[in-house]
Design a protein around this ligand. Structure first.
Ligand code: IVH
Length: 692
């Protein structure tokens, strides 16, 4: 844990927590949702570790909404969804021999064995691909799913059936129900060949084999998947109707027997020396492997022990990943540019003298924010160590001070927006400078429009970033309302879209069609699309669930300006909406300009009322529930998710409107308040009885 963390006061900690969480959610979506990661895995891990450290000091920040409690990203659309009976979770990390020892100590402590006692551990390559769960019933492959958010993935059965080392049928010895889990990946030689072909066809090239595998698997047309050679290694099980082995090693052997390929080399180790020896060996032969790996996975071999060890929120206690260090190189910073985001955040980006790191040419690196630049004292003209692990937007690790020019001056972070020249402000507790230009800042306007049409918002095909920028510059689309007036406007235009270079009758027609398809929109998507500060996908859903219709939400936001009002109290009672978020929300809705846009959108769109899921046949539909204390049978996150699935509104605080307080072990003040307000209090078991 870094000392600096202890100096943060609570307010700073809250801000830092928010910032880290937002970053993690953003990069999760980039990595899992869009296959376009922007930061290296190593840098991503750092974000997570910083968040975990922060939550150790301020445990109350570790709410169920924290990224530390979540896995992966939500599934992308286009494919049917498949629920995982056994969740597909993630792995914790170790980065050093010391951390490996900690991992082993924790395992021993949990199951209560002496340090001297040896626990068998399997060590296997950590394949850099996409995890997949393949279901066999009576030996026949019946479905295959991606990990998705860990609980629900995409149905990729047709695509998986094109992968040659996945058997379609298993020997008679296979149990009635068997889910084989493993990694779909693309071999290095296939990756190179595919990119060559992409280049010839003038199609975008893939940054790395993982992205290529993801892009190939995501094809709705399985013929395309079949034409891209993918492979599979099995390494774990999901649902099974009967045990097939007693150890992880045994699982590997059974899978091999049934015709699955297995990642090798692998080793069965008795202690940390043997484990680290394997790690060193595999590091040495890594470049010679036909596939990319990003580390080694250690698993407790005995499956009974695995079961006893179980899981901590998102990862098993019985396994961990030992990641390889990131690849590094030295280059020069030619310039530092400032990018302006949707909410005005100014992000510094280093323009580098292009250099090849681990086979990829790198010319930009993110510098995150002013503090990072100051901390590393990064200056224009400096030689810097940059690193990328696995993929994408690299990081500046440190400056090579020996090579610094004697006249070099510290970088001065601009205090004005480079686009609209409005002053930039840095609020207390924030690390980011923000352009204060708000609605007059073109950069922000364009980014807001991009957000409005993005995948989780209106999801308008054919309105990509480039086109939004162009139409904005031309004055065709200045606000979201203009998007829906585009066709009308275009009719009167002297330079109609269809007559432009790169367009035609058909592509213009398709664009209008995809816009028109979105004239009816779900409430949660609509709220998210507005791009209100801090309101991400999850909070948009909560707001939609709570208010039910857009007109009710708007009215409530107007009333909530008065902090003494019931509307304000209601807003704060929504799970995860705190005063800061409430402030941003109310602020958004009171702005004249936003009001005008909302009026315009309400006029031309049908914003659907929020449908409470399966509301009618559940005993808790429409009820407001608060969870407190420690649950035994499930985590609070799971309890909340189940409640929401059954149509209940989960709230973070007790009020007269609360229908039930579900009190686990060690319930404190909430229990007292519930009793005082005569809210009915349920034990965990009573709650389970009620919902079953
Ligand atoms: S075991 C409960 N074994 O790494 C966890 N995972 O960072 C079961 N991965 O989601 C996973 N190689 O996609 C396991 N030999 C291996 C692996 C492996 C790659 C991936 C997997 C997992 C991710 C976690």
């Amino acid at each position: 844990m870094s000392d600096a963390l202890f100096d943060l006061d609570k307010q700073d900690a809250v801000a830092r927590h928010k910032e880290l969480s937002e970053k993690i959610f953003y990069h999760d979506e980039k990595y899992h949702g869009q296959d376009t990661p922007e930061i290296s895995d190593a840098e991503y891990d750092k974000l997570r570790l910083a968040l975990i450290d922060l939550e150790k000091i301020y445990p109350d920040l570790a709410t169920d909404q924290s990224p530390t409690k979540k896995v992966g990203a939500i599934p992308s659309r286009g494919f049917k969804k498949i629920k995982h009976v056994v969740p597909m979770l993630s792995l914790g990390n170790v980065f050093s021999a010391e951390e490996l020892e900690d991992f082993l100590d924790k395992v021993r402590r949990f199951i209560g064995v002496e340090k001297a006692e040896s626990i068998e551990i399997t060590a296997e390559p950590k394949i850099d691909g996409l995890s997949c769960s393949i279901r066999y019933e009576n030996g026949v492959l019946i479905s295959a799913a991606t990990r998705g958010d860990g609980y629900e993935g995409e149905d990729i059965t047709d695509n998986v059936k094109t992968i040659s080392d996945i058997p379609h049928a298993l020997a008679k010895s296979a149990p009635e129900i068997l889910e084989v889990r493993g990694e779909i990946y693309m071999r290095r030689d296939e990756f190179i060949a595919l990119n060559k072909k992409q280049e010839e066809d003038e199609k975008p090239i893939f940054a790395n084999p993982r992205n290529a595998a993801a892009g190939s698997l995501r094809q709705l047309d399985s013929k395309i998947t079949a034409s891209r050679k993918l492979n599979f290694f099995g390494y774990a099980l999901g649902e099974i109707s009967e045990p097939i082995a007693e150890t992880q090693w045994g699982i590997r052997e059974k899978l091999k027997e049934w015709g699955f390929a297995e990642a090798s080399p692998a080793a069965l180790c008795k202690n940390s020396e043997e484990i680290l020896k394997f790690y060193d060996e595999i590091s040495t032969i890594r470049p010679d492997l036909t596939y990319e790996i990003d580390g080694v996975v250690y698993k407790v071999n005995d499956l009974k022990l695995q079961e006893r060890l179980g899981f901590v929120s998102r990862a098993p206690r019985w396994a961990t990943a030992h990641k390889f260090p990131a690849e590094q190189a030295v280059t020069i910073i030619n310039d530092i540019n400032i990018q302006v985001g949707r909410t005005g955040v100014l992000t510094p980006v280093a323009r580098l003298e292009p250099i090849t790191v681990g086979g990829v040419v790198v010319s930009n690196a993110t510098l995150h924010n002013e503090d990072e630049i100051e901390r590393k004292d990064v200056r224009i003209g400096d030689h810097v160590v940059i690193q990328r692990a696995g993929d994408v937007i690299p990081q500046v690790v440190e400056v090579v001070l020996d090579k610094r020019h004697k006249d070099s001056k510290p970088y001065k972070f601009p205090h004005a927006c480079p686009i609209c020249f409005s002053p930039a402000l840095r609020e207390e507790g924030e690390v980011a400078w923000r352009c204060s230009g708000g609605l007059i800042c073109e950069a922000q306007a364009v980014e807001r429009l991009k957000h409005f049409v993005s995948r989780l918002a209106f999801d308008i095909d054919g309105l990509g970033a480039k086109i939004i920028e162009q139409f904005y510059q031309e004055g065709l689309i200045k606000t979201p309302v203009d998007i829906f007036k585009l066709q009308e406007k275009d009719k009167e235009s002297l330079t109609p879209i269809r007559a432009r270079e790169g367009w035609g009758d058909l592509s213009a027609k398709n664009l209008f069609q995809s816009i028109n398809d979105k004239r009816e929109i779900e409430l949660n998507r609509f709220i998210y699309a507005l791009g209100i500060r801090q309101i991400g996908e999850a909070s948009a859903k909560r707001l939609a669930g709570f208010y039910g219709s857009f007109s009710i939400l708007r009215k409530a936001m107007s009333e909530a300006q008065d902090q003494e009002s019931a509307a304000y109290e209601d807003l704060l009672s929504i799970d995860d909406i705190g005063p800061l978020m409430a402030h941003d929300l109310i602020d958004f809705f009171t702005h004249d300009y936003n009001q005008e846009i909302l009026d315009g959108l309400e006029n031309i769109l049908t914003i659907k009322e929020y449908e409470q899921v399966q509301a009618s046949d559940s005993a808790v539909a429409g009820k407001t529930v608060v969870f407190t204390g420690t649950m035994e049978k499930m985590t609070r996150a799971e309890a909340k998710a189940t409640a929401e699935k059954l149509g209940a509104k989960v709230s973070g605080s007790i009020s007269k409107k609360t229908d039930f307080l579900v009190a686990g072990e060690d319930s404190g003040s909430k229990l007292k308040k519930a009793q005082a307000l005569e809210v009915s209090v349920l034990s965990e078991q009573e709650w389970l009885d009620l919902i079953n």
